[in-house]
Design a protein around this ligand. Structure first.
Ligand SMILES: [Zn+2]
Length: 80
């Protein structure tokens, strides 16, 4: 499920469809690929599919840890 956001007034909407362009303009890969070069303001906060997958995996890991912790609490146990 993709979250829909409404841009602030005056902020241009940039639609990037090319995979190469998404990788080239990925805000998370930028520092690694362009050390010392600030991320261009005119680029939207693009995230490449690799970083998107990494974020999704991280979120899934956090959710699994929370579910495991909740299950552990519900199972009960010694309260010392
Ligand atoms: Zn990236």
């Amino acid at each position: 499920m993709q979250q829909q956001t409404i841009p602030a007034p005056g902020v241009p909407i940039v639609v990037i469809t090319s995979l190469e362009e998404r990788r080239a303009k990925c805000a998370w890969c930028w520092d690694k690929n362009h050390p010392g070069v600030p991320y261009p303001r005119e680029y939207s906060s693009t995230v490449c599919p690799d970083c998107e997958a990494a974020v999704d995996a991280q979120i899934a890991q956090v959710k699994a840890a929370r579910a495991a912790a909740k299950a552990e609490r519900q199972r009960g146990g010694p309260c010392f």
